[in-house]
Design a protein around this ligand. Structure first.
Ligand SMILES: O=c1ccn([C@@H]2O[C@H](COP(=O)(O)OP(=O)(O)O[C@H]3O[C@H](CO)[C@@H](O)[C@H](O)[C@H]3O)[C@@H](O)[C@H]2O)c(=O)[nH]1
Length: 456
């Protein structure tokens, strides 16, 4: 939605229509659909004629791992009809391009049938994209069985990185034969361009190396595209006020903030190790502690009714003067607060961009998805984060000990460490990238020119 707004703001010839598919699982549709952020951004709900019952959370757990592709495939006719309807109703304008989500590659077939070019928008960093394209090529062009690399101490050379990349930081799905991930990736090669939420000053090596690869379509780094902030309930608004009120009372750059994204959580024993590390470090802290969903389920983490149940005995009392344990955090407001001096993060790409935007250094502890590759980029490649454990994988049942976490927190919170200085410099660059004449501003111009060339 934010990308749509950026495009509409930039060029008055462009209107953006966002198609929302009704997938089989229960889902929340943002109130943004009723309140679009721009007069030329609108939403069309692609609804089946006959409404099917949503799949409940219990049923979710019984779905095969590769249900995403068939679920999207089954939407093709509906999307084709919706697009035909749009074409019919706006005879004076033309559909210039399809911009598809990273999992919606099936819709390229619809675009191809209609003679419309497709671009893919990837909300992740280019280093991770480059790694996945490389792994896909090893599988498809060189017949390598990637699953054999699971748990191997191997490293490979990937053009998107200057250092060899260990198998321990590859996205965990590539080791899973049932996963469709690399099939999605393969189809990115047939698009007219890959839009990424990154910027030249952050991933210059990645942008240059992928742009020079003739087997990869043009790369458009248009970021940082930051979250608009979601729908806030009254309870969330109240929590927000309380959290910011607490931060207002803390000294400048004194608080370490811990949060593992919308989908990240750790359980029992690991929670205790974090608590011990925080207590022993002596630093002030704001900890977004979320309740893990049942194992193997697709649910998001929830809120603890009483966090004391999972924390060491007496922890909340002993740290009451200098720490606060919360549920969902108002992250952008937290990171922008001058009291926050460091961020312990799972290196999800949005959190990474947000921390750079506010100049807050990170200590990274990836859990899943492409987060290990992000962590490798940040720690080893561009040295912009402190390491907690970059090859951590939630599914391996490894417990990271309190000493390791405490050491990283101490390093993170040092006032003049190298990472802090680099991140401070990048804060300015991330803002300049979007301004007139900045790198992402210029890539946006190029993107619009190329889209418009195809229409005329
Ligand atoms: O308590 C919280 C937790 C999260 N957020 C926000 O939620 C977003 C989280 O995004 P991200 O850091 O990217 O993590 P995930 O939610 O885990 O995102 C998924 O999607 C990303 C790409 O969009 C990938 O990079 C990640 O690996 C994948 O897990 C950010 O905007 C945060 O500000 C909050 O505001 N409060």
């Amino acid at each position: 939605v934010k990308l749509g707004k950026l495009l509409a703001d930039r060029d008055e010839r462009l209107s953006i229509t966002i198609l929302i598919m009704k997938l089989p699982m229960e889902g929340k549709i943002s109130s943004l659909t009723k309140n679009p952020p721009h007069s030329r951004v609108n939403f069309v709900k692609v609804q089946p004629q006959v409404q099917h019952d949503s799949i409940s959370t219990d049923q979710w757990m019984k779905l095969p791992k590769d249900f995403v592709r068939p679920a999207l495939e089954s939407q093709k006719d509906l999307v084709r009809d919706a697009v035909a309807e749009i074409m019919k109703s706006s005879s004076s304008s033309k559909i210039a391009a399809f911009v598809i989500d990273m999992f919606c590659t099936s819709m390229m077939d619809v675009a191809n049938e209609l003679g419309i070019p497709t671009y893919v928008f990837l909300p992740i960093g280019l280093a991770a994209v480059g790694l996945m394209l490389h792994l896909q090529s090893l599988r498809d062009d060189h017949n390598m069985d990637l699953t054999e690399y699971k748990n191997l101490d191997a490293e490979i050379c990937v053009s998107a990185f200057t250092k060899p990349v260990p198998a321990a930081v590859w996205p965990p799905s590539v080791f899973d034969k049932e996963s469709d991930l690399l099939d999605f990736i393969k189809r990115y090669r047939d698009t007219q361009g890959i839009i990424v939420n990154s910027f030249l000053e952050l991933e210059s090596h990645q942008i240059m190396s992928l742009s020079n690869d003739h087997k990869i379509p043009p790369i458009y780094p248009l970021g940082p595209i930051l979250q608009l902030g979601g729908d806030q309930t009254n309870q969330e608004n109240q929590n927000h006020t309380e959290i910011i009120g607490w931060l207002d009372k803390q000294p400048h750059s004194s608080v370490v903030y811990l949060c593992f994204g919308s989908n990240g959580s750790v359980d029992g024993e690991q929670v205790k190790e974090i608590a011990v590390a925080l207590e022993n470090s002596g630093y002030r802290f704001l900890w977004s502690l979320r309740k893990p969903p049942p194992r193997e389920s697709f649910e998001f983490p929830g809120e603890y009714e009483n966090p004391q149940d999972v924390l060491p005995k007496g922890f909340l009392k002993r740290t009451a003067e200098r720490g606060k344990v919360i549920g969902w955090a108002p992250q952008m407001a937290v990171l922008s607060h001058p009291a926050v001096g460091g961020f312990v993060s799972h290196s999800g790409w949005n959190s990474t961009l947000e921390s750079l935007w506010w100049g807050v250094p990170m200590a990274v502890w990836p859990l899943a998805a492409e987060q290990q590759a992000n962590a490798f980029l940040l720690v080893k490649e561009i040295e912009m984060a402190v390491e907690i454990k970059i090859d951590y994988n939630k599914d391996n049942n490894v417990i990271v000990g309190s000493e390791m976490i405490e050491t990283a927190i101490r390093q993170l919170m040092e006032p003049e460490n190298g990472v802090r200085l680099k991140v401070r410099a990048l804060k300015e660059k991330s803002r300049l990238a979007l301004m007139e004449g900045g790198s992402s501003f210029n890539y946006m111009k190029l993107f619009i020119e190329n889209v418009m060339d195809d229409v005329s």
